[in-house]
Design a protein around this ligand. Structure first.
Ligand code: HPA
Length: 295
């Protein structure tokens, strides 16, 4: 398990740097309405979603002691603090204070489960209680549109590791955390209702997280589908486990960037995934902007 002190040190450094960037901002764990900040993790090709944050302060991961920096294209590598949605002239909507992780690191980069989950644990130390986790994934369900969006109903951790291995940190959560509902049903309902109101198609399905970096073989794809997975990707499952261990409520939203069907496998590349994620991400951005004040 990750070292508690390492997370505290990183959270204090981030807090100090944010305060330096916006001395008047609400940085004491709640916004003006007394709500804790909403945490958002932006996955591959989705970093641009942070562009719609107002009064933003950006802190690169490299400026935070001990914080892992992603080596993957499409992951900016910074925390962005601010308000969403952006205030528009006629609206007196106060918006919601958000802290956004613009990019993440992965097991396939050679990072440990502790490094992969550091962002989530730092956000918890900053007062985050509700977390939106986004990613890019391949659609295993043949009925899903690509590009498309999927709201995660459940996860399968096929990475072979857990962020909770080793001595438990009792301050964060219990030794054997419950995983009967890794994703929050209330948040999911809000997401489905909001998507319907916006006229966006939002699938519901099970996300399977694999180690990578190699893409799936046809036999693996067939097996994952038979296990009940609807989409496959190389992130998110460890973060969701760490977040649930910390008692956070999690909403998982996936951008379906390619079809991953065993009988008609098509080669895909990171460039293609990033390209499609940016296109599907426009709808994801609309959904998140409409959702933030409700979560
Ligand atoms: N497989 C694994 N990870 C992915 C995929 C995929 O098809 N698409 C986007 N991330």
């Amino acid at each position: 398990m990750q070292n508690f002190q390492d997370v505290q040190r990183a959270a204090e450094a981030l807090h100090g740097l944010l305060q330096k960037g916006a001395p008047s901002a609400f940085l004491c764990g709640t916004d003006g309405a007394g709500q804790p900040p909403l945490g958002i993790v932006l996955g591959t090709g989705l970093s641009f979603l942070a562009d719609s944050i107002a009064d933003s302060v950006t802190v690169p991961y490299a400026a935070i002691p001990g914080f892992p920096v992603s080596s993957v294209e499409g992951h900016v590598g910074a925390f962005v603090w601010g308000h969403m949605p952006r205030q528009c002239g006629e609206s007196d909507e106060p918006g919601r204070t958000v802290i956004v992780q613009q990019g993440r690191c992965h097991l396939y980069e050679g990072r440990s489960p502790a490094e992969v989950c550091m962002g989530v644990r730092v956000m918890a130390a900053m007062g985050v209680r509700t977390l939106v986790i986004t990613n890019a994934s391949g659609a295993l369900n043949p009925l899903f549109d690509v590009p498309g969006l999927m709201c995660m109903t459940d996860i399968i951790n096929q990475t072979g590791v857990s962020p909770l291995t080793g001595a438990n940190c009792d301050v964060w959560g219990p030794r054997f955390p419950d995983m009967s509902a890794p994703l929050d049903a209330r948040l999911r309902t809000l997401a489905m209702e909001t998507a319907a109101r916006l006229g966006l198609r939002l699938e519901r399905g099970v996300y399977i997280g694999v180690h990578g970096p190699e893409m799936e073989t046809p036999a693996e794809t067939r097996m994952y589908r038979q296990w009940g997975a609807d989409a496959v990707g190389m992130s998110s499952v460890l973060e969701i486990i760490a977040a649930r261990h910390l008692g956070m409520a999690v909403l998982g939203l996936s951008c379906l960037t390619n079809r991953n069907l065993p009988d008609c496998m098509a080669p895909t590349s990171l460039e293609q995934i990033c390209d499609v994620a940016q296109k599907a991400g426009k709808n994801l951005a609309r959904l998140i902007r409409a959702l933030v004040t409700k979560l």
